[in-house]
Write a protein that binds this ligand. Sequence first.
Ligand code: HEC
Length: 156
Amino acid sequence: MFWRNGAMILIAVLLAASAVSRAAEPVEAKAATSKPDTRQLVEMPEEAQRLLRSDMFDHLVVITLLMGHLAASEFEQASELAETRLGNSARGRHRGTGFGPGRFMPPGMHQLGFGMHQSATDFAKIAKDEDLPSALSALRRVTNSCVACHAGFRIR
Ligand code: HEC
């Protein structure tokens, strides 16, 4: 159902999100592609890099699904998905493999990772109030933490 009306709903979400973002604090982030590249290179073993990338792709999928849930007023599903796949419940997924990307991150980067999990947990709580503007605002704090880390760090 969402997908059939996807384009219109997406436009509505984007309009709502831009209204929210005007009200919220601006992101002071350089585009990752800006020259010169000032991101800190963080070295990690191949396997840790692979895990990080596959987690990242999942993060992107989750953000996209969350927008769909919000557009369809599925607040409960949004809350559950955010907590289980992005929130504090999703922390340390690779603990025990020896290649969890977190253990190779310098403290500043690690903090940003914790911040992302925490902001997703905050979103999960706020979404339960079923108020779209506050939910979008909370979702923006999650994507803000994606931007902040990408602006500061790279692995290759
Ligand atoms: C703690 C830091 C950090 C956070 C937080 C973070 N990322 Fe990443 N992300 C990275 C790094 C580092 C890379 C690899 C960049 C490179 O290739 O050098 C990456 C790469 C990616 C990629 C490309 C994956 C690929 O296949 O190459 C996607 C997509 C991505 N991130 C999405 C997200 C989304 C969405 C969020 C927020 C929900 C997020 N990331 C949060 C650090 C982070």
